[in-house]
Ligand binder design. Structure first.
Ligand SMILES: Cc1cc2nc3c(=O)[nH]c(=O)nc-3n(C[C@H](O)[C@H](O)[C@H](O)COP(=O)(O)OP(=O)(O)OC[C@H]3O[C@@H](n4cnc5c(N)ncnc54)[C@H](O)[C@@H]3O)c2cc1C
Length: 383
């Protein structure tokens, strides 16, 4: 896993991320504010175009750049604020099978950060079992009418568009539930969309919504990728997301462990530095070892992707290990801070709340384990 690697892009991300310190993210999260200044800095540097081909105004860089950039962003104070960087970069990959017209309309604006797009996939009855979704797109003479509802969607209040997954072939005729699904590009401010803001445990810099839409008209040109083949068009993007999410967790875990180590050097308890006790050192050292193990898996996934080899197994392994390592890291970091850590004067309670999401989203721990059991141990598919 030796990389001959040009760090120029990561260095840019690093420089911008360093400008937005822990105080910035603390304030944004406390006030539930979207970090516009950070978003604008990344936009101005063209970094949201990281995964977009140069002919559409992007940088045409690799998964490795995205992963290392995300990890740097997380480790340099944002923690899971890094989610905005990775999702801002990754959404472009959902357009891989789109028409040239759609690419020319959307990709250059994504590259400059002028468009924000959220993904509306989950529904009340189809969370983990996502391909059993029931939202429908009915063909009309002028396009499609979309009806249905979606749950937990990120950033609907700030997004310009939503990519809505809907069924274009009824499930009883599609042969397989993952077939006959399509993605549609829908203006997020469409009057036909009703939205309800949700309260949640963490990730306070972004709002989440349930949405509902009935007879929402879209044109044929608003199909993202291929008609009826939306799930298969999206799968590559989901795999990239798992690797970048692993990187984000690794960065967030390191941030928490480093914070805890610093605190333990300064805090005097029983007349000596807290961090001089092995009972404090060992969990932090163990957390760091787990984060580095997850990082090795994440880099292996990037290396395979860079050689155009299948990286799905390593994407799953990296995410599983990273979510476990980051959860352990933030938990032990909070323990190191003691009562101080439970209060919002420090950041560690936020790191702990934030990383918890990735045991559930974008794919849960259980589903990852099921996929690994099936693909790597040859056990029967359990869902
Ligand atoms: C902060 C946040 C942001 C999100 N953003 C978005 C978004 O932008 N767009 C979007 O579409 N969705 C989003 N989601 C939804 C998310 O991706 C999942 O679809 C959703 O969390 C699944 O949750 P559920 O409650 O429906 O789980 P359920 O499907 O009800 O499952 C409940 C639990 O049971 C486990 N489980 C289910 N089946 C099995 C099985 N066969 N074996 C063992 N265990 C099983 C699951 O792993 C889970 O832990 C978001 C979720 C969160 C928390």
């Amino acid at each position: 896993m030796d990389f001959e690697y040009d760090r120029s892009v990561v260095a840019k991300v690093e420089a911008i991320s360093s400008e937005y310190d822990e105080k910035y993210w603390r304030e944004k999260c406390r006030n539930s504010q979207f970090p516009d200044e950070y978003w604008n800095s990344i936009s101005k540097a063209g970094l949201f175009g990281l995964m977009i081909e140069e002919k559409w105004g992007g940088m045409g860089r690799s998964l490795l750049d995205l992963a290392l950039g995300t990890q740097e962003t997380a480790e340099r104070y944002s923690g899971l604020g890094s989610y905005l960087f990775l999702s801002g970069c990754l959404v472009s990959t959902l357009f891989a099978k789109s028409s040239e017209e759609q690419k020319s309309k959307i990709l250059p604006k994504l590259a400059t950060g002028d468009l924000k797009i959220s993904i509306a996939l989950s529904e009340e009855k189809s969370g983990s079992d996502s391909t059993s979704l029931e939202s429908k797109a009915l063909k009309t003479s002028k396009g499609f009418d979309l009806s249905g509802s979606k749950r937990f969607v990120n950033n609907v209040d700030r997004a310009d568009y939503l990519i809505v997954f809907a069924r274009t072939i009824p499930i009883e005729n599609s042969g397989k539930k993952s077939k006959g699904l399509s993605m549609f590009l829908v203006p997020a401010s469409s009057p036909g969309i009703k939205k309800k803001k949700l309260d949640k445990l963490g990730m306070d810099f972004i709002n989440n919504f349930d949405i509902e839409f009935h007879g929402l008209h879209v044109s044929d040109d608003d199909i993202v990728g291929e008609l009826d083949n939306g799930w298969y068009n999206a799968v590559d993007s989901f795999n990239l997301d798992r690797v970048a999410t692993a990187a984000s967790l690794i960065g967030a875990g390191r941030l928490a462990v480093n914070d805890a180590a610093d605190h333990s050097k300064k805090r005097i308890v029983f007349g000596k530095a807290l961090g001089s006790n092995q009972g404090i050192q060992f969990p932090l050292a163990e957390a760091m070892a787990q984060l580095i193990t997850a990082e090795a898996l994440m880099l292996k996934a990037c290396s395979l992707a860079g050689k155009s080899q299948n990286f799905t197994n390593f994407a799953n392994l990296a995410l599983l290990e990273a979510e476990s390592a980051a959860s352990y890291a933030t938990d032990r970091a909070l323990q190191t801070f003691g009562a101080h850590g439970y209060y919002k004067d420090y950041d560690v309670e936020r790191y702990w709340r934030d990383v918890r999401v990735h045991k559930i989203h974008p794919i849960s721990e259980e589903l990852l384990l099921s996929v690994i059991a099936e693909r790597q141990l040859g056990l029967p598919k359990s869902f």
